[in-house]
Design a binder for this molecule. Structure first.
Ligand code: FES
Length: 84
C-alpha cells in the first residue's frame, strides 16, 4: 500500500503529509507525534490514533513509521553520550 499525499502542512514548514490509515484518517504526522509522545507498540498506536482498527491494511506501514521514529529517538542518547 502506498502512502497518499494530502498536501503541505500549514503548521510544520509546509512539509507534505500522507494518509497512512485511510479508514480512520490517520496521517504519518499523527503516527510520528504518537511515537514522540511515547507510543511503543502498534497496539498502543491503534488505541491512541485508531490506525489499524478497521481493515488493518495500514498496520505494516504504521509499524515501520513507529519503528523509524523510535529508532531515531533511541539512537539520539548514546550519540550524545559519546560526544560528551
Ligand atoms: S487503512 Fe487503516 S484500518 Fe483500514
Amino acid at each position: 500500500m502506498a502512502l497518499r499525499p494530502i498536501g503541505p502542512c500549514s503548521t510544520c514548514d509546509g512539509h507534505e503529509h500522507m494518509y497512512v490509515c485511510i479508514c480512520n484518517g490517520v496521517t504519518d504526522r499523527d503516527i510520528r507525534q504518537a511515537a514522540e509522545a511515547g507510543c511503543r507498540s502498534v497496539q498502543e498506536l491503534t488505541m491512541r490514533t485508531g490506525a489499524g482498527s478497521n481493515c488493518g491494511s495500514c498496520l505494516d506501514i504504521a509499524a515501520d513509521l513507529l519503528a523509524q521514529v523510535r529508532g531515531t529517538r533511541e539512537l539520539a542518547l548514546p550519540m550524545l553520550q559519546q560526544a560528551a
